[in-house]
Design a protein around this ligand. Structure first.
Ligand code: MRU
Length: 369
């Protein structure tokens, strides 16, 4: 996707073919700053401290982290260490483990001397595939937006609500939830996006940055505004991303997604989840009981990050000193609240039958459906 007219991906190899470039998302939307990762440890820090974030992107950066490790030392011990360090960076998004299993699984049987080149090749494959998957999700999601647009009166926009950032900054390119939005806009459909602020880390600012860069009309709203807008017919559909989706169709995503899904159900607003297949975790059935929910530092809740009129970026405290803060990063929306899953293969029900039908080769034989 484009920033100031130039096409970027969210992760790419540096010119020397060894190091790895990312955007420092902790500085966005105020400053576009590129960081060059030179070691596996830096890649791990970039994920843990959320210089990069979003389920598909952290998977791709982890894969490049393995490549950086293999460039220095391609021994079995270094490979195992890279896996262990990178997989421990964030617990909820399954794409991280998926990418590490794929790259480390492919490297393990190779002679050490071949692992370096192979690691960069596989990391690039993972990145390319993610961009392709996200583009296809956009094509399928576009059909839903087209249908809604066809029922609108002339001049009326299709109003779409999204939560967190599931755009190109969260993936390698296109995004998941935002990909149908970009494709609808590019096709000339009159759309408008309600962007949830997404406290505590304000990923809505990233979404507003992306949509603004692309020219898509949008309005940033407080997280608590969605229910009100739905009651008043101001939301035609919700589309969100996911960090892990279970065999039953339960969807884990950014904290607050569940409340949006409840409000959507109560107001007959369709609630769609954009789901790339590497985000599926068929080893989990009941997402509420089984998915580990990341809890982050309380300072992210007690403080807000912003920029002064003079251009100084800083954290501002909004809580009384010493207040105990809870910072749950994700929640689980049970399948019954999800209208449909928009995958790279098409749209399916958020149910075992829907997922088995869409991804039969991934479906565990021990599940009877
Ligand atoms: O904590 P984050 O910013 O990594 O959380 C990101 C989300 O919850 C996204 O909605 C999800 O990863 C899907 S991104 C395509």
């Amino acid at each position: 996707m484009k920033i100031n007219g130039k096409h970027y991906r969210s992760v790419w190899p540096a010119d020397n073919g060894i190091d790895v470039c990312i955007f420092d998302q902790t500085k966005l939307p105020f400053e576009v700053s590129i960081i060059t990762l030179t070691t596996m440890e830096e890649a791990a820090t970039s994920i843990k401290d959320m210089w990069v974030r979003g389920a598909p992107l952290i998977g791709a950066v982890a894969a490049y982290g393995v490549a950086l490790a293999m460039h220095r030392d391609s021994s079995d011990a270094a490979l195992k260490n890279a896996y262990d360090v990178l997989v421990a960076t964030r617990p909820t998004a399954i794409n991280l483990k998926w990418a590490l299993d794929r790259i480390c699984g492919a490297l393990t049987p190779l002679p050490a001397a071949e692992r370096g080149d192979a690691a960069y090749r596989i990391a690039a494959e993972i990145a390319d595939e993610d961009a392709e998957i996200c583009h296809r999700i956009g094509e399928h999601g576009l059909t839903i937006i087209r249908d809604i647009a066809a029922r609108k009166k002339p001049g009326e926009p299709v109003n779409i609500l999204t939560h967190c950032n599931a755009g190109w900054l969260a993936t390698v390119d296109w995004g998941t939830a935002l990909s149908p939005i970009y494709q609808a806009y590019d096709e000339g459909i009159n759309i408008h996006v309600w962007v949830d602020e997404t406290r505590p880390r304000n990923q809505g600012g990233l979404t507003a940055f992306e949509l603004g860069s692309h020219g898509v009309p949008h309005t940033l709203i407080a997280d608590n505004a969605g229910g009100h807008l739905m009651q008043h017919g101001e939301v035609d559909m919700c589309i969100v991303g996911t960090d892990r989706t279970t065999a039953r169709g339960d969807v884990c995503n950014k904290i607050g997604t569940y409340l949006k899904a409840l409000a959507a159900k109560a107001n007959n607003v369709p609630f769609y989840v954009a789901l790339p297949s590497p985000t599926l975790d068929f080893t989990v059935w009941d997402g509420v009981k089984e998915i580990p929910i990341e809890q982050r530092a309380g300072e992210e809740q007690s403080h807000v990050f912003g920029i002064t009129p003079e251009g100084t970026r800083s954290w501002v405290n909004t809580a009384p000193a010493g207040t105990r803060c809870g910072n749950y990063a994700f929640d689980v929306t049970p399948a019954e609240y999800v209208t449909g899953l928009i995958t790279e293969r098409g749209i399916c029900d958020a149910s075992p039958a829907g997922l088995k039908g869409m991804f039969p080769e991934m479906w565990p034989s021990e599940y009877e459906v």
